[in-house]
Design a protein around this ligand. Structure first.
Ligand SMILES: Nc1ccn([C@@H]2O[C@H](COP(=O)(O)OP(=O)(O)OP(=O)(O)O)[C@@H](O)[C@H]2O)c(=O)n1
Ligand SMILES: O=P(O)(O)OC[C@@H](O)[C@@H](O)[C@@H](O)CO
Length: 441
């Protein structure tokens, strides 16, 4: 068993999100969280992520958990999702021996914490069992503690939120086992031996079993220890093992639509567009407090607010806005527009890039920075400024190595316009993460 660096970082993003919890769920969750955050007697929770598959249905040589999404392996998104949850103490990932070094490299490169690696088995159940053994404390020189509750979650289900993890963990504490379910999309049928329809199941009274699932550790560990070779070889349902071998009926918890498992190639494309959508929905406009910049920034803010969920404006020379910027970076904004009026130097943009590099923000997702320059072409001869602005290409090459996508936007306007700027709407429409301005005038 390869153990990663122990020690728990707090949630990668601001505190627990009890999205989607209502009534009793919310009360139970709040109680659980207050116990956990106060370090009092909240149940100790660990997670096991089976990641030892070959991804045959994906149809590519790389096992799907290591396939890149936005140039980052899929499994890293799932680890990030679990790391956001501060009350999950240990995350045990089961990977094949041949992928152990790859997995260690991912943990190191993306600075994942609380990760321990174990050898996967030849089936998913055997991989999960190996993960449970690592937690059972009956392994030589194991640094892991036996948890009270264990969450089992497929490494190829990256869109898991704290609220559903909390719901299954609380339900498992009470019932011994719990699992997320979703409505069936297709009807389930049972074929006869001659390949014809024998019967179909009533779709409305059946559900799809998804992940995460959670168990009292003793229940699921006992079930795996009692498990037949047939079940270990051909089974796909942990809840069934708890029922069959420990007579524990799992509590079923309604899951959200994004709990789906990446199985086919189309699922990778879907995952990429969902991630892009999520990180492109917020933008930060940085500008100096000079009147012109303030005005342009406000115009930009009004226009972008029609397109994006979250538009933040920080004004004041970046060195003073630094505190705001640190907060914005902590809130994990990945798109920035740096407004420069009447200057074509990159001082403000350079300060922003330095702050971004120090924050390591671009380790997890590409960061888009658009350096916008409004230049009055009467005062600023085009030729003189263009070669200056062309430096941005060199600049962009440099920061691209650190996953920061920088592009420049030069908006030349006549003196006349300056006086009428109050009336003319600034129309710069930028689709973040394509790094290409759609149009500007
Ligand atoms: N021997 C195995 C097989 C699967 N898994 C993991 O179980 C999860 C769900 O399994 P599945 O979607 O079936 O993954 P694969 O087995 O890789 O896919 P395929 O069946 O297409 O080969 C995945 O995270 C997979 O890596 C595992 O840990 N050990
Ligand atoms: O069968 P696969 O290995 O493709 O995926 C495992 C799924 O069956 C499993 O994740 C859920 O159905 C819940 O048990």
């Amino acid at each position: 068993m390869e153990l990663g660096p122990p020690g728990g970082a707090g949630p990668a993003e601001p505190g627990p999100r009890l999205r989607g919890l209502r009534g009793d769920d919310r009360a139970a969750s709040a109680a659980w969280l207050s116990e956990a955050s106060a370090g009092r007697r909240a149940p100790s929770v660990a997670a096991v992520l089976p990641a030892g598959g070959s991804g045959e249905r994906m149809g590519v040589p790389t096992p799907k958990q290591f396939c890149p999404v936005l140039e980052r392996p899929l499994i890293s998104y799932t680890l990030q999702a679990l790391e956001r949850v501060c009350w999950i103490k240990d995350i045990v990932v089961a990977v094949t021996g041949e992928n152990m070094e790859v997995m260690k490299g991912i943990v190191q490169r993306y600075q994942h914490k609380r990760i321990s690696l174990v050898e996967a088995g030849v089936t998913r159940h055997r991989s999960i069992f190996n993960g449970l053994k690592a937690l059972a404390e009956d392994q030589p020189n194991s640094k892991l503690c036996r948890p009270e509750v264990v969450i089992i979650h497929d490494a190829v289900r990256p869109f898991v939120e704290e609220d559903v993890l909390l719901k299954v963990a609380i339900a498992a504490k009470e019932h011994g086992a719990a699992g997320a379910i979703r409505p069936l999309v297709s009807t389930v049928i049972s074929p006869s031996a001659d390949g014809c329809l024998d019967h179909s199941l009533e779709r409305a009274s059946h559900r799809a079993s998804e992940m995460p699932q959670a168990f009292l550790f003793d229940v699921i560990y006992e079930a795996y220890q009692q498990c037949s070779d047939y079940d270990l070889e051909f089974g796909t349902e942990c809840l069934q093992l708890a029922l069959k071998y420990c007579h524990t009926k799992a509590k079923l918890v309604e899951g959200s639509p994004d709990l789906w498992k990446v199985t086919y190639k189309r699922d990778l494309y879907a995952a990429e567009s969902i991630i892009k959508e999520r990180i492109s929905q917020q933008i930060c406009i940085l500008m100096d407090a000079k009147e012109d910049e303030e005005h342009v920034g406000r115009c930009l803010e009004e226009m972008l607010k029609k397109e994006l969920n979250h538009v933040k404006v920080t004004s004041g020379a970046l060195c003073h806005a630094g505190r705001d910027l640190q907060q914005i970076i902590l809130e994990q904004c990945y798109n920035f527009v740096c407004v420069n009026v009447m200057t074509s130097d990159f001082e403000e943009t350079r300060k922003l890039l330095n702050a971004l590099e120090e924050s390591n923000l671009s380790i997890l997702y590409p960061v888009v920075v658009i350096s916008v320059h409004f230049l009055d072409y009467k005062l600023v001869p085009f030729g003189q400024k263009m070669e200056h602005l062309m430096q941005i290409k060199e600049f962009a090459k440099e920061v691209k190595k650190r996953n920061i996508l920088l592009c420049g936007l030069l908006i030349y306007y006549p003196q006349l316009w300056r006086q009428d700027m109050g009336t003319l709407e600034v129309r710069v429409y930028v689709r973040p993460h394509t790094t290409q301005p759609a149009y500007c005038c």
